[in-house]
Ligand binder design. Sequence first.
Ligand code: SIN
Length: 181
Amino acid sequence: MTTDPENDAGHWVFGYGSLIYKVDFPYRQREVASIEGWERRFWQGSHDHRGTPKAPGRVLTLVSSPGRRCLGMAYLVEHEVFEHLDHREKNGYERREMQIRLRESGDRVTGLTYFAGPDNPAWLGPAPIDDIARHIDHSHGPSGSNRDYLLDLARALRKLGADDPHVFALEGKLRSSRRAG
Ligand code: SIN
């Protein structure tokens, strides 16, 4: 989806990962929101934020999941903000149009989300949950540890009241591995 710079009404962006808790861009409005038919998965490699090209971390993308709902945060932003977001999400993500439901009003709006599909060069894909947890526990990049990406996300999702078995299972594994070690 292209964004019209002349659009005075602004543009909605749906965040399901770090865009929920790391808000380093201006916005006009912020709303708890969801998208239907998608789920979060730690299936995308990170060469530039939570890992390096030689040792990529694991970050989130969306996978199609009919009947499921992904809860996140929607921001109404100015066109200029996409320059920053496109740079931040450059490692394999592309903008994709989605129907977004705003929780409080129940309104449905059209907006964009940053989606990384299986054909992008940084894609890692599925793996057993213990392997993903170990991978996250050992990865670091210019934006910090991969562990903090996961724990900050889990904290933010809990605050929103999100039900996310994938994220909370990984959080449990990471916390228990540190207790055991
Ligand atoms: C998002 O947060 O919506 C995209 C993925 C990420 O930056 O974690």
